[in-house]
Design a protein around this ligand. Structure first.
Ligand code: NAD
Length: 486
Protein backbone atom coordinates (compact mmCIF):
# COMPACT_ATOMS: atom_id res chain seq x y z
CA UNK A 1 0.00 0.00 0.00
CA UNK A 2 2.90 2.32 0.83
CA UNK A 3 4.47 2.01 -2.61
CA UNK A 4 1.16 3.05 -4.19
CA UNK A 5 1.33 6.35 -2.37
CA UNK A 6 4.84 7.08 -3.66
CA UNK A 7 5.34 9.50 -6.49
CA UNK A 8 7.12 7.69 -9.33
CA UNK A 9 9.00 9.79 -11.88
CA UNK A 10 9.76 8.78 -15.45
CA UNK A 11 12.40 9.94 -17.90
CA UNK A 12 11.24 12.32 -20.62
CA UNK A 13 12.75 11.30 -23.95
CA UNK A 14 11.63 12.34 -27.42
CA UNK A 15 8.44 13.88 -26.03
CA UNK A 16 7.38 10.74 -24.14
CA UNK A 17 7.46 9.69 -20.50
CA UNK A 18 9.41 6.45 -20.32
CA UNK A 19 9.59 4.23 -17.22
CA UNK A 20 12.99 3.08 -16.02
CA UNK A 21 14.01 -0.41 -14.97
CA UNK A 22 15.35 0.72 -11.59
CA UNK A 23 14.73 3.60 -9.21
CA UNK A 24 16.38 5.62 -6.44
CA UNK A 25 14.57 6.66 -3.26
CA UNK A 26 14.00 10.36 -2.83
CA UNK A 27 13.37 11.74 0.66
CA UNK A 28 11.20 14.53 1.97
CA UNK A 29 13.86 16.41 3.97
CA UNK A 30 11.34 17.88 6.39
CA UNK A 31 10.04 14.46 7.54
CA UNK A 32 12.90 12.12 6.69
CA UNK A 33 10.47 9.81 4.83
CA UNK A 34 10.86 8.37 1.33
CA UNK A 35 8.12 9.85 -0.81
CA UNK A 36 9.31 9.59 -4.37
CA UNK A 37 11.06 7.18 -6.73
CA UNK A 38 13.51 8.70 -9.21
CA UNK A 39 14.69 6.76 -12.30
CA UNK A 40 18.20 5.38 -11.85
CA UNK A 41 19.18 5.98 -15.46
CA UNK A 42 22.46 4.97 -17.04
CA UNK A 43 24.11 4.68 -20.43
CA UNK A 44 21.10 3.18 -22.17
CA UNK A 45 18.70 5.96 -21.19
CA UNK A 46 21.26 8.67 -21.95
CA UNK A 47 21.87 7.07 -25.35
CA UNK A 48 18.15 7.20 -26.16
CA UNK A 49 17.88 10.80 -24.99
CA UNK A 50 20.91 11.94 -27.01
CA UNK A 51 19.48 10.22 -30.09
CA UNK A 52 16.14 12.00 -29.62
CA UNK A 53 17.95 15.33 -29.19
CA UNK A 54 20.06 14.72 -32.30
CA UNK A 55 16.97 13.86 -34.34
CA UNK A 56 15.20 17.03 -33.21
CA UNK A 57 18.16 19.32 -33.91
CA UNK A 58 17.72 19.97 -37.67
CA UNK A 59 14.15 21.24 -37.29
CA UNK A 60 14.64 23.19 -34.06
CA UNK A 61 17.88 24.83 -35.14
CA UNK A 62 16.32 25.99 -38.40
CA UNK A 63 13.45 27.82 -36.68
CA UNK A 64 13.77 31.59 -36.51
CA UNK A 65 14.74 33.18 -33.19
CA UNK A 66 11.25 34.73 -33.10
CA UNK A 67 9.54 31.33 -33.38
CA UNK A 68 11.69 29.94 -30.58
CA UNK A 69 11.11 33.06 -28.53
CA UNK A 70 7.33 32.67 -28.74
CA UNK A 71 7.57 29.07 -27.52
CA UNK A 72 9.79 30.06 -24.59
CA UNK A 73 7.34 32.78 -23.59
CA UNK A 74 4.47 30.30 -23.70
CA UNK A 75 6.41 27.96 -21.43
CA UNK A 76 7.01 30.84 -19.01
CA UNK A 77 3.25 31.53 -18.99
CA UNK A 78 2.46 27.89 -18.21
CA UNK A 79 4.94 27.71 -15.33
CA UNK A 80 3.55 30.96 -13.92
CA UNK A 81 0.04 29.59 -14.22
CA UNK A 82 1.04 26.57 -12.09
CA UNK A 83 3.31 28.57 -9.78
CA UNK A 84 1.68 27.42 -6.55
CA UNK A 85 1.79 23.75 -7.51
CA UNK A 86 5.45 24.03 -8.51
CA UNK A 87 6.30 25.93 -5.31
CA UNK A 88 4.65 23.29 -3.11
CA UNK A 89 6.52 20.54 -4.93
CA UNK A 90 9.88 22.32 -4.74
CA UNK A 91 9.47 22.94 -1.02
CA UNK A 92 8.52 19.33 -0.31
CA UNK A 93 11.31 17.89 -2.47
CA UNK A 94 14.12 20.18 -1.36
CA UNK A 95 13.21 21.19 2.19
CA UNK A 96 13.22 24.91 1.40
CA UNK A 97 10.46 27.10 2.80
CA UNK A 98 7.30 27.48 0.80
CA UNK A 99 7.85 31.24 0.98
CA UNK A 100 11.25 30.98 -0.69
CA UNK A 101 9.93 28.63 -3.39
CA UNK A 102 6.96 30.94 -4.06
CA UNK A 103 8.91 34.16 -4.17
CA UNK A 104 12.30 33.11 -5.54
CA UNK A 105 12.62 29.66 -7.14
CA UNK A 106 9.53 29.37 -9.30
CA UNK A 107 9.11 33.02 -10.36
CA UNK A 108 12.75 32.97 -11.43
CA UNK A 109 12.35 29.67 -13.31
CA UNK A 110 9.54 31.24 -15.35
CA UNK A 111 11.53 34.43 -15.77
CA UNK A 112 14.55 32.51 -17.11
CA UNK A 113 12.44 31.49 -20.13
CA UNK A 114 11.00 34.97 -20.51
CA UNK A 115 14.39 36.60 -20.25
CA UNK A 116 16.08 34.44 -22.91
CA UNK A 117 12.96 34.63 -25.10
CA UNK A 118 13.61 38.34 -25.21
CA UNK A 119 17.40 38.45 -25.29
CA UNK A 120 17.69 36.02 -28.23
CA UNK A 121 15.97 38.64 -30.39
CA UNK A 122 18.52 41.33 -29.66
CA UNK A 123 21.96 39.96 -30.37
CA UNK A 124 24.04 41.55 -33.10
CA UNK A 125 27.10 39.94 -34.62
CA UNK A 126 30.32 41.74 -35.49
CA UNK A 127 31.35 43.25 -38.79
CA UNK A 128 34.55 44.99 -39.88
CA UNK A 129 35.57 46.52 -43.16
CA UNK A 130 39.05 46.30 -44.71
CA UNK A 131 38.76 48.89 -47.47
CA UNK A 132 42.34 48.52 -48.76
CA UNK A 133 41.76 44.82 -49.42
CA UNK A 134 38.22 45.33 -50.67
CA UNK A 135 36.96 43.05 -47.93
CA UNK A 136 34.17 42.96 -45.41
CA UNK A 137 34.37 40.52 -42.51
CA UNK A 138 31.42 39.47 -40.41
CA UNK A 139 30.67 36.83 -37.85
CA UNK A 140 27.76 34.44 -37.85
CA UNK A 141 26.63 32.36 -34.90
CA UNK A 142 24.96 28.97 -35.12
CA UNK A 143 23.72 26.51 -32.48
CA UNK A 144 26.23 23.81 -31.56
CA UNK A 145 24.09 20.68 -31.34
CA UNK A 146 23.07 18.58 -28.33
CA UNK A 147 23.88 20.34 -25.05
CA UNK A 148 24.36 18.32 -21.86
CA UNK A 149 23.04 20.17 -18.81
CA UNK A 150 23.73 19.08 -15.24
CA UNK A 151 22.31 20.90 -12.24
CA UNK A 152 22.48 20.71 -8.41
CA UNK A 153 19.88 20.31 -5.65
CA UNK A 154 19.87 23.70 -3.97
CA UNK A 155 17.80 25.71 -6.47
CA UNK A 156 16.42 22.87 -8.58
CA UNK A 157 14.11 24.32 -11.23
CA UNK A 158 15.70 27.78 -11.01
CA UNK A 159 19.15 26.53 -12.04
CA UNK A 160 17.97 23.91 -14.52
CA UNK A 161 15.91 26.46 -16.46
CA UNK A 162 18.81 28.94 -16.31
CA UNK A 163 20.56 26.42 -18.59
CA UNK A 164 17.67 25.00 -20.65
CA UNK A 165 16.34 28.45 -21.61
CA UNK A 166 19.51 29.87 -23.25
CA UNK A 167 20.43 26.49 -24.77
CA UNK A 168 17.15 26.08 -26.65
CA UNK A 169 16.72 29.81 -27.35
CA UNK A 170 19.97 29.58 -29.34
CA UNK A 171 18.62 26.59 -31.30
CA UNK A 172 20.34 23.70 -29.54
CA UNK A 173 18.51 20.64 -28.31
CA UNK A 174 19.25 19.35 -24.83
CA UNK A 175 19.64 16.38 -22.56
CA UNK A 176 19.36 17.59 -18.97
CA UNK A 177 20.05 15.77 -15.74
CA UNK A 178 18.79 17.38 -12.54
CA UNK A 179 20.10 16.33 -9.14
CA UNK A 180 18.86 12.89 -8.10
CA UNK A 181 17.81 14.49 -4.80
CA UNK A 182 15.53 17.10 -6.38
CA UNK A 183 14.02 15.85 -9.61
CA UNK A 184 10.29 16.46 -9.15
CA UNK A 185 9.82 19.97 -10.56
CA UNK A 186 11.87 19.14 -13.67
CA UNK A 187 9.55 16.18 -14.26
CA UNK A 188 6.51 18.42 -13.74
CA UNK A 189 7.85 20.89 -16.28
CA UNK A 190 8.12 18.11 -18.89
CA UNK A 191 4.31 17.88 -18.78
CA UNK A 192 4.09 21.47 -20.02
CA UNK A 193 6.51 21.27 -22.92
CA UNK A 194 4.12 19.98 -25.55
CA UNK A 195 1.46 22.52 -24.63
CA UNK A 196 4.05 25.29 -24.94
CA UNK A 197 4.88 24.08 -28.45
CA UNK A 198 8.34 22.67 -27.73
CA UNK A 199 8.78 19.99 -30.43
CA UNK A 200 9.47 16.41 -29.28
CA UNK A 201 13.12 15.75 -28.61
CA UNK A 202 14.16 19.38 -28.10
CA UNK A 203 14.18 18.99 -24.30
CA UNK A 204 14.95 15.54 -22.91
CA UNK A 205 15.32 14.91 -19.22
CA UNK A 206 17.13 11.90 -17.85
CA UNK A 207 16.95 11.36 -14.10
CA UNK A 208 19.55 9.59 -12.02
CA UNK A 209 22.81 9.82 -10.14
CA UNK A 210 25.87 11.77 -11.15
CA UNK A 211 28.07 8.69 -11.26
CA UNK A 212 25.78 6.81 -13.67
CA UNK A 213 23.52 9.15 -15.64
CA UNK A 214 25.69 12.27 -15.27
CA UNK A 215 28.87 10.58 -16.35
CA UNK A 216 27.18 8.83 -19.29
CA UNK A 217 26.13 12.28 -20.52
CA UNK A 218 29.56 13.81 -19.96
CA UNK A 219 31.24 10.93 -21.83
CA UNK A 220 28.79 10.78 -24.74
CA UNK A 221 30.64 11.57 -27.99
CA UNK A 222 27.61 13.30 -29.54
CA UNK A 223 27.26 15.88 -26.77
CA UNK A 224 29.84 18.56 -27.62
CA UNK A 225 29.09 20.93 -24.76
CA UNK A 226 28.38 20.51 -21.06
CA UNK A 227 26.98 23.19 -18.82
CA UNK A 228 27.42 22.17 -15.19
CA UNK A 229 26.49 23.77 -11.88
CA UNK A 230 27.60 21.98 -8.73
CA UNK A 231 30.61 21.36 -6.58
CA UNK A 232 34.24 21.99 -7.49
CA UNK A 233 35.08 18.33 -6.86
CA UNK A 234 32.50 17.09 -9.37
CA UNK A 235 33.70 19.70 -11.87
CA UNK A 236 37.21 18.27 -11.70
CA UNK A 237 35.85 14.81 -12.50
CA UNK A 238 33.75 16.19 -15.38
CA UNK A 239 36.78 18.02 -16.77
CA UNK A 240 38.80 14.80 -16.72
CA UNK A 241 36.05 12.67 -18.24
CA UNK A 242 35.28 15.14 -21.01
CA UNK A 243 38.93 15.86 -21.87
CA UNK A 244 39.32 13.02 -24.42
CA UNK A 245 36.44 14.59 -26.39
CA UNK A 246 37.71 18.20 -26.04
CA UNK A 247 34.24 19.32 -24.95
CA UNK A 248 33.26 22.89 -24.34
CA UNK A 249 32.59 23.31 -20.62
CA UNK A 250 30.82 25.91 -18.52
CA UNK A 251 31.42 25.28 -14.83
CA UNK A 252 29.55 27.15 -12.08
CA UNK A 253 30.94 25.93 -8.77
CA UNK A 254 31.17 26.50 -5.05
CA UNK A 255 32.02 29.59 -3.05
CA UNK A 256 33.34 30.75 0.32
CA UNK A 257 31.95 34.22 0.06
CA UNK A 258 33.14 37.10 2.24
CA UNK A 259 31.12 40.06 3.50
CA UNK A 260 33.33 43.04 4.37
CA UNK A 261 31.70 45.51 6.72
CA UNK A 262 33.48 48.83 7.28
CA UNK A 263 32.80 51.01 10.32
CA UNK A 264 30.86 53.56 8.22
CA UNK A 265 28.33 50.94 7.02
CA UNK A 266 24.64 51.56 7.53
CA UNK A 267 23.98 48.71 9.95
CA UNK A 268 20.20 49.10 9.70
CA UNK A 269 20.53 47.88 6.08
CA UNK A 270 23.58 45.73 6.50
CA UNK A 271 22.35 43.51 9.34
CA UNK A 272 19.08 42.28 7.79
CA UNK A 273 20.76 41.78 4.41
CA UNK A 274 23.71 39.92 5.90
CA UNK A 275 21.29 37.67 7.81
CA UNK A 276 19.62 36.85 4.51
CA UNK A 277 22.93 36.37 2.74
CA UNK A 278 24.01 33.96 5.49
CA UNK A 279 20.83 31.98 6.09
CA UNK A 280 18.45 32.28 3.12
CA UNK A 281 17.52 28.87 1.73
CA UNK A 282 19.21 27.33 4.83
CA UNK A 283 22.51 28.80 3.64
CA UNK A 284 22.31 26.45 0.66
CA UNK A 285 23.01 29.02 -2.05
CA UNK A 286 26.38 29.18 -3.76
CA UNK A 287 26.26 32.96 -3.21
CA UNK A 288 25.67 32.79 0.54
CA UNK A 289 28.00 34.68 2.85
CA UNK A 290 29.97 32.51 5.24
CA UNK A 291 32.88 34.76 6.28
CA UNK A 292 31.88 38.10 7.75
CA UNK A 293 34.75 40.54 8.30
CA UNK A 294 33.72 43.44 10.55
CA UNK A 295 35.92 46.48 11.23
CA UNK A 296 37.06 46.47 14.83
CA UNK A 297 35.33 49.70 15.90
CA UNK A 298 31.86 48.23 15.26
CA UNK A 299 32.66 44.55 15.79
CA UNK A 300 31.00 44.15 19.22
CA UNK A 301 27.92 46.12 18.29
CA UNK A 302 27.53 44.25 15.01
CA UNK A 303 27.92 40.86 16.65
CA UNK A 304 25.41 41.65 19.39
CA UNK A 305 22.76 42.88 16.96
CA UNK A 306 23.45 40.19 14.37
CA UNK A 307 23.15 37.33 16.86
CA UNK A 308 19.99 38.82 18.42
CA UNK A 309 18.38 38.97 14.95
CA UNK A 310 19.61 35.50 13.94
CA UNK A 311 17.85 34.06 16.97
CA UNK A 312 14.57 35.47 15.67
CA UNK A 313 14.72 33.39 12.50
CA UNK A 314 12.11 30.68 12.83
CA UNK A 315 13.19 27.14 11.91
CA UNK A 316 10.54 24.51 11.26
CA UNK A 317 7.99 23.01 8.90
CA UNK A 318 8.83 24.45 5.45
CA UNK A 319 5.18 24.55 4.43
CA UNK A 320 4.39 27.00 7.27
CA UNK A 321 4.54 30.45 5.62
CA UNK A 322 5.88 32.04 8.83
CA UNK A 323 8.97 29.80 8.83
CA UNK A 324 12.31 31.31 7.69
CA UNK A 325 14.56 28.25 7.76
CA UNK A 326 13.43 24.91 6.33
CA UNK A 327 15.18 21.55 6.27
CA UNK A 328 18.63 20.80 4.88
CA UNK A 329 18.75 18.58 1.82
CA UNK A 330 19.75 15.26 3.41
CA UNK A 331 20.75 13.50 6.58
CA UNK A 332 24.35 13.20 5.33
CA UNK A 333 24.51 16.88 4.50
CA UNK A 334 23.11 17.87 7.91
CA UNK A 335 25.76 15.71 9.55
CA UNK A 336 28.49 17.32 7.46
CA UNK A 337 27.34 20.86 8.36
CA UNK A 338 27.09 19.97 12.06
CA UNK A 339 30.60 18.57 11.97
CA UNK A 340 31.97 21.93 10.85
CA UNK A 341 30.46 23.52 13.97
CA UNK A 342 32.02 20.81 16.13
CA UNK A 343 35.42 21.34 14.51
CA UNK A 344 35.21 25.09 15.11
CA UNK A 345 34.44 24.48 18.79
CA UNK A 346 37.33 22.04 19.08
CA UNK A 347 39.62 24.74 17.68
CA UNK A 348 38.51 27.20 20.36
CA UNK A 349 35.99 29.25 18.40
CA UNK A 350 32.82 30.52 20.10
CA UNK A 351 29.39 29.42 18.88
CA UNK A 352 27.11 32.33 19.75
CA UNK A 353 23.76 30.94 18.69
CA UNK A 354 22.20 27.97 16.94
CA UNK A 355 23.70 24.49 16.80
CA UNK A 356 24.53 23.13 20.24
CA UNK A 357 23.56 26.41 21.95
CA UNK A 358 19.83 26.90 21.42
CA UNK A 359 17.07 24.32 21.48
CA UNK A 360 15.41 23.29 18.24
CA UNK A 361 11.66 23.22 18.69
CA UNK A 362 10.03 21.19 15.93
CA UNK A 363 6.41 20.19 15.31
CA UNK A 364 5.68 16.46 15.92
CA UNK A 365 5.58 15.67 12.17
CA UNK A 366 9.04 17.11 11.60
CA UNK A 367 11.01 15.42 14.36
CA UNK A 368 12.87 13.22 11.87
CA UNK A 369 13.55 16.05 9.41
CA UNK A 370 17.02 17.45 8.72
CA UNK A 371 16.80 20.75 10.58
CA UNK A 372 19.43 23.03 12.01
CA UNK A 373 19.19 26.48 13.59
CA UNK A 374 20.99 29.48 12.09
CA UNK A 375 24.43 29.33 13.67
CA UNK A 376 26.91 32.17 14.22
CA UNK A 377 30.53 31.41 15.07
CA UNK A 378 33.04 34.00 16.27
CA UNK A 379 36.76 34.00 16.93
CA UNK A 380 37.57 31.55 14.17
CA UNK A 381 41.08 31.54 12.73
CA UNK A 382 41.41 32.32 9.01
CA UNK A 383 43.12 28.97 8.43
CA UNK A 384 40.29 27.00 10.08
CA UNK A 385 38.34 24.70 7.77
CA UNK A 386 35.24 26.74 8.70
CA UNK A 387 36.87 29.78 7.08
CA UNK A 388 38.36 27.90 4.11
CA UNK A 389 35.84 25.26 3.00
CA UNK A 390 32.35 25.63 1.63
CA UNK A 391 29.93 24.56 4.40
CA UNK A 392 26.71 25.13 2.42
CA UNK A 393 24.45 25.30 5.46
CA UNK A 394 23.05 27.86 7.91
CA UNK A 395 26.45 28.60 9.45
CA UNK A 396 28.37 31.85 9.24
CA UNK A 397 31.65 33.00 10.82
CA UNK A 398 32.23 36.54 12.09
CA UNK A 399 35.74 37.94 12.58
CA UNK A 400 37.26 41.38 13.20
CA UNK A 401 39.67 43.33 10.97
CA UNK A 402 41.52 46.64 11.22
CA UNK A 403 42.57 48.00 7.82
CA UNK A 404 41.34 47.98 4.23
CA UNK A 405 44.61 46.48 3.00
CA UNK A 406 44.42 43.68 5.57
CA UNK A 407 40.82 42.73 4.87
CA UNK A 408 41.31 42.53 1.10
CA UNK A 409 44.17 40.10 1.61
CA UNK A 410 42.19 37.99 4.08
CA UNK A 411 39.03 38.01 1.94
CA UNK A 412 41.09 36.80 -1.03
CA UNK A 413 42.82 34.14 1.08
CA UNK A 414 40.67 31.17 0.02
CA UNK A 415 40.66 28.94 -3.05
CA UNK A 416 37.21 30.16 -4.14
CA UNK A 417 36.17 33.42 -5.83
CA UNK A 418 32.45 33.51 -6.50
CA UNK A 419 30.69 36.41 -4.73
CA UNK A 420 31.57 39.08 -2.17
CA UNK A 421 29.67 41.87 -0.45
CA UNK A 422 31.15 45.17 0.71
CA UNK A 423 29.40 47.50 3.14
CA UNK A 424 30.53 51.13 3.39
CA UNK A 425 29.14 54.59 2.71
CA UNK A 426 32.44 55.72 1.23
CA UNK A 427 32.08 55.44 -2.55
CA UNK A 428 35.80 55.66 -3.20
CA UNK A 429 36.51 52.82 -0.81
CA UNK A 430 33.75 50.68 -2.25
CA UNK A 431 35.26 50.99 -5.74
CA UNK A 432 38.81 50.36 -4.55
CA UNK A 433 37.87 47.24 -2.63
CA UNK A 434 35.54 45.87 -5.30
CA UNK A 435 38.32 46.13 -7.90
CA UNK A 436 40.79 44.22 -5.78
CA UNK A 437 38.55 41.37 -4.65
CA UNK A 438 39.11 38.07 -6.46
CA UNK A 439 35.46 37.41 -7.05
CA UNK A 440 33.21 37.04 -10.09
CA UNK A 441 30.50 39.14 -8.43
CA UNK A 442 30.80 41.96 -5.91
CA UNK A 443 27.69 43.42 -4.32
CA UNK A 444 28.13 46.64 -2.42
CA UNK A 445 25.52 47.68 0.15
CA UNK A 446 23.20 44.93 -1.11
CA UNK A 447 23.12 41.20 -1.90
CA UNK A 448 21.66 39.02 -4.64
CA UNK A 449 20.48 41.89 -6.79
CA UNK A 450 20.88 40.41 -10.26
CA UNK A 451 20.69 41.77 -13.77
CA UNK A 452 20.58 38.66 -15.95
CA UNK A 453 22.09 40.66 -18.82
CA UNK A 454 25.47 40.75 -17.11
CA UNK A 455 28.00 37.96 -16.57
CA UNK A 456 27.46 35.54 -13.69
CA UNK A 457 30.18 33.15 -12.57
CA UNK A 458 33.23 32.59 -10.44
CA UNK A 459 36.98 33.02 -10.45
CA UNK A 460 39.56 30.53 -9.13
CA UNK A 461 37.96 27.28 -7.89
CA UNK A 462 34.49 28.80 -8.28
CA UNK A 463 34.28 28.16 -11.96
CA UNK A 464 35.17 28.52 -15.59
CA UNK A 465 33.09 30.64 -17.93
CA UNK A 466 30.19 32.98 -17.31
CA UNK A 467 26.43 32.83 -17.82
CA UNK A 468 24.18 35.76 -18.78
CA UNK A 469 22.54 37.23 -21.87
CA UNK A 470 25.70 37.61 -23.95
CA UNK A 471 27.82 34.99 -22.19
CA UNK A 472 25.25 32.19 -22.47
CA UNK A 473 24.65 33.16 -26.11
CA UNK A 474 28.35 32.83 -26.80
CA UNK A 475 28.61 29.53 -24.91
CA UNK A 476 25.64 27.93 -26.64
CA UNK A 477 26.62 29.01 -30.17
CA UNK A 478 29.52 28.37 -32.50
CA UNK A 479 31.01 31.46 -34.13
CA UNK A 480 32.31 31.69 -37.66
CA UNK A 481 34.15 34.59 -39.32
CA UNK A 482 33.23 35.09 -42.96
CA UNK A 483 35.21 37.33 -45.31
CA UNK A 484 33.69 38.71 -48.51
CA UNK A 485 35.89 40.32 -51.15
CA UNK A 486 34.12 42.53 -53.60
P1 NAD B 1 27.34 18.04 -6.93
O1 NAD B 1 28.57 18.45 -7.64
O2 NAD B 1 27.41 16.92 -5.97
O3 NAD B 1 26.20 17.63 -7.99
C1 NAD B 1 25.76 18.50 -8.98
C2 NAD B 1 25.19 17.67 -10.11
O4 NAD B 1 26.22 16.92 -10.72
C3 NAD B 1 24.12 16.67 -9.70
O5 NAD B 1 23.13 16.60 -10.70
C4 NAD B 1 24.91 15.38 -9.63
O6 NAD B 1 24.12 14.23 -9.81
C5 NAD B 1 25.87 15.56 -10.78
N1 NAD B 1 27.09 14.76 -10.70
C6 NAD B 1 27.72 14.28 -9.59
N2 NAD B 1 28.80 13.55 -9.95
C7 NAD B 1 28.86 13.58 -11.31
C8 NAD B 1 29.76 13.02 -12.26
N3 NAD B 1 30.81 12.28 -11.88
N4 NAD B 1 29.53 13.25 -13.57
C9 NAD B 1 28.50 14.02 -13.96
N5 NAD B 1 27.60 14.55 -13.10
C10 NAD B 1 27.79 14.35 -11.79
O7 NAD B 1 26.77 19.35 -6.26
P2 NAD B 1 25.49 19.46 -5.30
O8 NAD B 1 25.88 18.94 -3.97
O9 NAD B 1 24.30 18.93 -6.00
O10 NAD B 1 25.30 21.05 -5.24
C11 NAD B 1 25.94 21.87 -4.32
C12 NAD B 1 27.14 22.54 -4.94
O11 NAD B 1 26.73 23.31 -6.07
C13 NAD B 1 27.80 23.53 -4.01
O12 NAD B 1 29.19 23.41 -4.11
C14 NAD B 1 27.36 24.88 -4.55
O13 NAD B 1 28.17 25.96 -4.25
C15 NAD B 1 27.32 24.60 -6.00
N6 NAD B 1 26.48 25.59 -6.69
C16 NAD B 1 27.07 26.52 -7.51
C17 NAD B 1 26.30 27.49 -8.14
C18 NAD B 1 26.92 28.52 -9.04
O14 NAD B 1 26.18 29.11 -9.84
N7 NAD B 1 28.21 28.78 -8.99
C19 NAD B 1 24.93 27.50 -7.94
C20 NAD B 1 24.36 26.55 -7.09
C21 NAD B 1 25.15 25.58 -6.49
Amino acid sequence: AQSKALLVLENFIGGKFIPCSSYIDSYNPSTGAVYCKVPDSGKEEVEAAVKAAKDAFPIWSSKSPLERSQILNKLADLIEHDLEEFAQAESKDQGKTITFARTVDIPRAAYNFRFFASSILHHVTECTEMATMGCVHYTSRTPVGVAGLISPWNLPLYLLTWKIAPAIACGNTVVAKPSEMTSVTAWMMCKLLEKAGVPHGVVNIVFGTGAKAGEALVCHPDVPLISFTGSTLTAQRITEKSAPHCKRLSLELGGKNPAIIFDDADLSQCIPTTLRSSFANQGEICLCTSRIFVQRGIYSEFLKRFVAEAKKWKTGNPSDPTVDVGALISKEHLEKVRNYVKKAQAEGARVLCGEGVDALDLPPGNQKGYFMLPTVIAEVKDESCCMQEEIFGPVTCVVAFDTEEEVIKRANGVKYGLAATVWSSNVGRVHRVAHRLQSGLVWTNCWLVRDLNLPFGGMKASGIGREGAKDSYEFFTEVKTITIKH
